[in-house]
Design a protein around this ligand. Structure first.
Ligand SMILES: [Zn+2]
Length: 71
């Protein structure tokens, strides 16, 4: 998988932003390319998806406490 910031492969051992799925050092570039708002929404969607994997949807009482937010 290539980093959306620098278009170079993401290799094991490098440090990544797991929610933006890019190199840690490329976060700012990715945010700029994508737009701040879109980047935030994407991150939120991925957080929500992770919670859902654990069986926590927006009706769960811990949803917002664990970082979930309905977009
Ligand atoms: Zn990169």
């Amino acid at each position: 998988m290539d980093c959306p910031g620098c278009n170079k492969p993401m290799i094991d051992g490098q440090v990544f932003n797991g929610l933006l799925k890019c190199h840690w050092d490329c976060q700012e570039v990715v945010r700029e390319k994508m737009g701040e708002r879109n980047a935030d929404d994407l991150i939120q969607l991925r957080i929500n998806a992770r919670l859902l994997q654990e069986g926590i949807d927006h009706n769960h009482r811990l949803f917002s406490q664990l970082g979930g937010k309905v977009l």
